[in-house]
Design a binder for this molecule. Structure first.
Ligand SMILES: [Zn+2]
Length: 113
């Protein structure tokens, strides 16, 4: 559980600050693919963890299962849908995202607009 939470935080950071915490070389060509893959992985992890939390409630109160898996997906989706808003708060669109270029150990700017 703790490992999963740490991994989810790392994936959130990857989405909110693409390339900043990652040593992999990102350029405009592979950036959206990388982010798409990270979002898909994060969605699965979130849905799984949320489902487990909800299922725990079912067991705790001896209730009939109320579509824990389905609800996990719904909550995970609504959380990921708030990412653009988080991005706007953290980095307004007029601020450029920097990608780390390990081969030249210099930062290159990448416009987000
Ligand atoms: Zn349940």
């Amino acid at each position: 559980m703790q490992t999963a939470v740490i991994e989810m935080i790392h994936k959130f950071r990857e989405i909110l600050f693409p390339g900043y915490f990652n040593r992999a070389r990102l350029d405009p060509a592979n950036l959206s693919y990388h982010i798409g893959q990270t979002v898909a992985e994060l969605f699965d992890m979130l849905a799984e963890q949320i489902s487990r939390g909800i299922r725990h409630e079912c067991f705790k109160y001896d209730l009939e299962c109320t579509d824990c898996r389905e609800r996990g997906y719904r909550h995970a989706l609504s959380l990921l849908e708030s990412v653009p808003e988080m991005q706007n708060i953290l980095a307004p669109s007029d601020i450029q995202i920097r990608t780390h270029d390990t081969s030249k150990s210099s930062a290159r700017s990448l416009s987000t607009t």
